[in-house]
Design a protein around this ligand. Sequence first.
Ligand code: CA
Length: 224
Amino acid sequence: MKVLIVEDEKDLALTLKKGLEENSFAVDVSYDGEEGLFMAENYPYDVLLLDIMLPKMDGLAILNTLRKKKIDMPVVMLTARGEVEDRIKGLNIGADDYIAKPFDFSELLARLRSVIRRSKGKPAPVIVIGDLTMDTNSREIRRGGRDIKLSSREYNMLEYLALNKNRVIGRTELMEHIYEMDADPDSNIIDVYINYLRNKIDKDFAVQLIHTVRGAGYVLKEGK
Ligand code: CA
């Protein structure tokens, strides 16, 4: 999953980025409203964490522009204590949720995850594919009664495939959801990570869950 943070308080933005990366998210950050809007319009983030008071363009104007352009990316607003009217306005123009500063990081994480799951039509935190279970809160993965340990990037990729299970995902789409904008990975990196995942998820089992669809990409599903 990939998050865009638009927040002009640099310390807060970087602390959030670090915390989210520790929880296997890919994170881009923008410190001003105009750039933030440009990024949100041009890259398919799984969630936008949007401050309200921003230089150049405020968060409500960004949200309004996105919704008018029919960009339905989930948006969680960061609001200051007391900004009740802004919260109401934000929710009324299409924000999915908000969190008031100062906030507890675990609550922010829970809200982001909840908003992302609902946007993918999977409100329950545990995703089941055959005998594979993925708990998107604890990040525990089990298959056939066995615990599976993944690196952060492997986890992010499997989570994206799992939240989109049964849908074929192209390499570019996977890349866009698991790498930061300024990352410059090798062009075959997605295939490399799919191989890592296959070794951990599928290798020891009779039924394969990760399928290659020639010329199209990959799909996580039960059966052929
Ligand atoms: Ca601000």
